[in-house]
Each structure stands twice: as C-alpha cells, then as structure tokens.
Design a protein around this ligand. Structure first.
Ligand SMILES: NC(=O)CC[C@H](N)C(=O)O
Length: 202
C-alpha cells in the first residue's frame, strides 16, 4: 500500500462517467486521500480504485479510448485493489450477458471470476432497496439497486459476502471486490470501510 504523506491510504475513484462524487465523499469521510482517475497517469501511487455505477457500455468505450483499461490491468497486477459497484462490477466481470445489441463494444477488464447479466432484475423492479446481511458487518446494510446486473455465477476463489433473493450481490476475490448495488447512496460508509480494510490486509 502507498500511504499519503500523513499515512492516509491514497484511493482513486474512476471518474469517466457515473456516480463517482458520492464515492469520493464517502472515502474522504473515512480519512482516505482521494483522487479522481481519468487518465493512466492518475493511477500513480494509489493503493485502490473504486469503479462507480453508471453506464458500463460508455465506460468500456472510454476505458479503451483513454488507455485506462490496460493501465488498470497493470495496476492490479502490481498489487492495486479494485472495487466495482453496479456498472463497475460489470467492468470487472469475466463474463457479461445482455450486451448483444451493442455492436463494436470493447471487452470488460475480465479480472474477476464472476458472470453478470445486465439489467436482469426486470423492468417493474429495476430500482429497489433491500437490507443486506453482510459478512463482517454486525447490522444490515440498506442497499440501493438501480438497473442492477444480476450476478449469475461466481467461480474460482470468489467469496460471497452478501446475497439478495438467493443471488450474490457483494463478492470478494483477493484484491477485488464487486457489488451489484450502489453503496455510496446509503449514507452508510461501512462498505467503503471494508474496502479500506481489504487494502490494509494485503
Ligand atoms: N446503476 C448502474 O450502474 C446500472 C448499470 C447499467 N444498467 C449497465 O448495464 O451498465
């Protein structure tokens, strides 16, 4: 880990598109030094990066266009931690379904052994909240799902940290974490705290 000058962890928030400001605020409240990431050079000296919710197809195009996709691969290979939330979880997934109508779409980062199906909770309930029991938290976390992907499979060494309706919604694999909901909208910083703990453990 790369502590900042005052010993605080230095964390990036991917700021190409989507709900990045609320993540930066949550991490700041927990004492992290936060930097918005738009170009490969912005990753220097960070120990972790949060990839927010938004529109994964747009983010995939921008990751390819900016060179950040390859840079995030290098960042992770060099020991950096990544947390993908909602669209960000789609970016981490090895396997994505629900993209077939988008021609010429660059691949996801394919770093994590999860399969996701985009927008698969159905139209009537495409946004909802649910209290989740999360491994490592002693009280439920109120989660906001917004046109969320369904995590249809987890493999390899992936651990399930929370489920909704019998399906995984928060998972961890080594230095990777993925949630299909928007943790930054709950006014509850405990999952950002878990990400900082994961970084401190490595
Ligand atoms: N809230 C979100 O991040 C939604 C994800 C979006 N439906 C996608 O497929 O990219």
């Amino acid at each position: 880990m790369h502590p900042g000058t005052d010993g605080a962890p230095q964390i990036g928030v991917l700021a190409l598109q989507g709900a990045f400001r609320e993540h930066a605020q949550a991490l700041g409240r927990l004492g992290a030094e936060v930097r918005e990431v738009r170009l490969p050079a912005d990753l220097a000296d960070l120990s972790g990066v949060v990839m927010p919710g938004g529109e994964s197809t747009t983010m995939r195009r921008l990751l390819a266009a900016t060179g950040l996709g390859a840079a995030l691969h290098d960042f992770h290979a060099a020991g950096g931690a990544l947390w993908g939330t909602c669209a960000g979880a789609i970016l981490l997934a090895r396997q994505v379904t629900g993209d077939s109508n988008v021609p010429g779409l660059p691949p996801t980062l394919r770093l994590m052994d999860i399969a996701v199906q985009r927008n698969a909770y159905g139209r009537q309930v495409d946004s909802f909240t649910a209290p989740l029991d999360v491994v490592g938290l002693d009280a439920p976390f109120e989660a906001f799902f917004i046109r969320a992907p369904v995590m249809s499979g987890v493999g390899g060494t992936t651990e399930v940290l929370a489920e909704y309706d019998g399906l995984p919604v928060l998972v961890r694999q080594g230095r990777l974490m993925a949630s299909t909901f928007h943790p930054e909208l709950s006014g509850d910083d405990r999952l950002h705290g878990l990400f900082l703990e994961l970084i401190a453990q490595k």
